[in-house]
Design a protein around this ligand. Structure first.
Ligand code: SAM
Ligand code: SF4
Length: 389
């Protein structure tokens, strides 16, 4: 792939939440004291400067404020971070600038401020449209409040998306079909639909271990997945990635940067990046970066040394090609086999492809792409492991 086709994304992590949801293992922290946002904004700017010194001259195509809960940030803090990005890199005129928001009424009052600061897309964590379920998920908003926030998002931003979690305790396919249909009535161009994962060391993991969380069995989970695909496709939002649905053209361009193995900078506590350092084709020397997770430690590190890096490893050919498979096969468009061969230094094993093909788990396209089929998606990990072996 040539340099001009490469997208460049900037991910900015805001690590604070008002409370910790019992299923969540994201790098998010609850603090009693007010957060010194100006101090964080200075640290973000310093880390942006340090990163830009390593990968200068890029044109930023996407920016994503993720969390934690970035919708707790003041619009002036968002504006300061965007200003710093614009001082160190060129930002494309049509750059996609997304902010992740929790759908409470307080947060919705800040949406206009974010729009003025330059945010042009919002992604709301609605999670469920049932107040009892929202309470079980430890959410601080009701279904009505979430839908009101979706209304504000629709009127303020050109583009919006929201997230739902399914395959929840005791969830039946018919109830989910009706909830999803209601959700689709409120959706714009994009929806993220995640199957509940019980993450280790969360309160949900403890409940599960104690037999107090009755998750759908394998057949029900499969029925929930199939229902999701059918209903979304019928409403014009097919899956373009295993958990993400969009109308054609409404895909999240920032997340495509990850899935297409393009280049991205990770800014803020616990952020990950992939930087193609010092390589003329920008695809040669690829570094995996990660920053300190604990917000206060990250802050002191940046103030002391200019960045919060704790990992900065050049990826081997094998690591890069495995990652390319793992990320790219999540996409309905699949992977470009020629690019795989370029990264790996050898093509994918045709015999392995043929066996998976016979089982109906993958297909090849006339344009030299390999993609996972609908029956292959529920066993994606096994398909990737087989191809990468
Ligand atoms: C960074 S998180 C949260 C963003 C925002 N703070 C919120 O909660 O609305 C992004 C999304 O991941 C999903 N998610 C988080 N933990 C999950 C889990 N254990 N299983 C499935 N989905 C999860 C939720 O749908 C959430 O909206
Ligand atoms: S799900 Fe969202 S609001 Fe809840 S703890 Fe995780 S990041 Fe925070």
């Amino acid at each position: 792939m040539s340099a001009s086709e490469q997208a460049f994304g900037v991910y900015v992590h805001w690590p604070f939440c008002l409370s910790k949801c019992p299923y969540c293992d994201f790098n998010s922290h609850v603090r009693r004291e007010p957060i010194d946002e100006q101090r964080f904004a200075r640290a973000f700017a310093a880390e942006i400067a340090a990163t830009a010194a390593r990968v200068p001259g890029r044109t930023v195509s996407t920016i994503f404020f993720g969390g934690g809960t970035p919708s707790l940030m003041q619009p002036s803090t968002i504006a300061a971070v965007l200003d710093a990005i614009g001082r160190h890199w060129q930002v494309a005129a049509d750059a996609e600038i997304t902010l992740e928001a929790n759908p409470t009424s307080v947060e919705a009052t800040r949406f206009r401020g974010y729009r003025t600061a330059g945010v042009n897309r919002v992604s709301l964590g609605v999670q469920a449209l049932d107040d009892r379920v929202l309470a079980e998920l430890g959410r601080l908003h009701s279904a009505r409040e979430a839908l009101d926030a979706v209304d504000v998002a629709r009127s303020v931003f050109g583009r919006y998306s929201f997230d739902l979690i399914y395959a929840r305790p005791n969830q039946e396919p018919q109830a989910w079909a009706s909830e999803l249909t209601t959700a689709l009535g409120e959706a714009g161009e994009h929806l993220s639909l995640y199957q509940l994962t019980v993450e280790p060391e969360t309160p949900f993991a403890a409940l599960h271990a104690a037999g107090k969380l009755r998750l759908p069995d394998q057949d029900t989970a499969r029925a929930l997945y199939d229902t999701t695909q059918e209903i979304c496709a019928a409403h014009g939002l097919p899956a373009y990635e295993i958990s993400n649905h969009a109308r054609p053209g409404g895909e999240c361009r920032h997340n495509l940067v990850y899935w297409r193995s393009h280049e991205y900078a990770g800014i803020g506590p616990g952020a990950h990046g992939r930087l193609n350092i010092g390589a003329p084709d920008r695809d040669g020397e690829r570094h995996a970066t990660a920053t300190e997770k604990r917000p206060e430690t990250w802050l002191s590190r940046v103030e002391l040394q200019g960045d919060g890096l704790v990992d900065d490893d050049e990826l081997t050919r094998e690591e890069r090609s495995d990652e390319f498979l793992l990320m790219g096969l999540r996409l309905a468009e699949g992977i470009d086999l020629a690019r795989y061969a370029e990264i790996a230094g050898r093509p994918l094993d045709p015999d392995r492809i043929a066996v998976l093909h016979q089982h109906g788990f993958v297909e090849t396209t006339g344009t030299g792409r390999l993609r996972v089929t609908l029956p292959g998606f529920p066993i994606l990990d096994a398909v990737v492991a087989d191809l990468a072996a």
